[in-house]
Design a protein around this ligand. Structure first.
Ligand code: 6PG
Length: 248
């Protein structure tokens, strides 16, 4: 398993709480050091309960007025659609917090995919005051893992895996909500912290391949995550870790 820090939690509930603790800790650090916390949210279903915990049990552990929310990917649907990653985060967390509109930097899934990707890149360049060719560095990127080892909306065998210039791209993938917008690997890998949350037996094979399998980015996109300077932490529940070699 090499150098990848992995923590296995006894249950999905323990995973959700541990993730909220890690996020609150990183938020405190970033706000203390930089005066703000740039939090790139994962979509899908796994982070939902953690988002709810952050807005409830951990509500007073974070100075929410200093947090800026971004997304690793979005499905090309309106922001109130059930399939929207924004809608999920809004329902479980954002709507429960007193936030200023300028703290929410969502991907405009309602736009034409290519236009939505460009709008998001513009938003990133504006917020991070990027020089031409520069890449934003989030304090934290939260990622889930697909059963096919995809991350954000970077799917196996897709040309977007190899994108080196763009910050965000429109992709068409073989999944519910075919049209999506995703951050690219250079952006994900420029984060100060990348936190994976993975739950359930259905993910065990992908976890095994990504963490212990031969390096094959085309097949296992999550292997792309190798931050130049940042930290990576894998939070797994017992079922998701069930095929891994026994941890030391
Ligand atoms: C998305 C996500 C995607 C997700 C994985 C895991 O928009 O679907 O960003 O990368 O994290 O598909 O999804 P679950 O958490 O629902 O299993």
């Amino acid at each position: 398993m090499g150098d990848k820090p992995i923590v296995v939690l006894d249950s999905p509930e323990a995973l959700y709480v541990r993730a909220a603790e890690e996020i609150a800790h990183l938020a405190g650090d970033a706000i203390c050091t930089h005066g703000e916390f740039t939090f790139c949210l994962a979509g899908g279903t796994t982070p939902a309960q953690t988002y709810d915990l952050l807005a409830t049990r951990f509500h007073y552990s974070i100075d929410w007025s200093e947090v800026h929310f971004f997304w690793a990917d979005e499905r090309c649907v309106p922001p109130d659609d059930l399939g929207s990653n924004f809608a999920m985060a809004n329902r479980t967390m954002l709507a429960k917090l007193e936030l200023r509109p300028e703290q929410i930097h969502r991907i405009r899934g309602e736009e034409q995919p290519e236009a939505g990707a460009h709008l998001y890149e513009d938003e990133l360049r504006k917020f991070f005051r990027l020089a031409p060719g520069a890449v934003p560095s989030f304090n934290l990127v939260l990622l889930g893992l697909g059963e096919n080892a995809h991350i954000a909306s970077l799917f196996p065998h897709h040309p977007a895996l190899y994108e080196k210039e763009r910050l965000a791209v429109a992709v068409e993938v073989d999944a519910p909500q075919r049209h999506r917008i995703s951050l690219t690997a250079p952006v994900l890998n420029n984060a100060a912290n990348v936190l994976f949350m993975v739950s359930g037996a259905a993910k065990a094979s992908a976890v095994k391949q990504v963490l212990e399998g031969a390096r094959d980015l085309d097949q296992f996109p999550a292997q792309l995550i190798q931050p130049a300077k940042g930290q990576v932490l894998w939070l797994l529940d017992r079922e998701a870790a069930s095929l891994l070699a026994p941890l030391p």
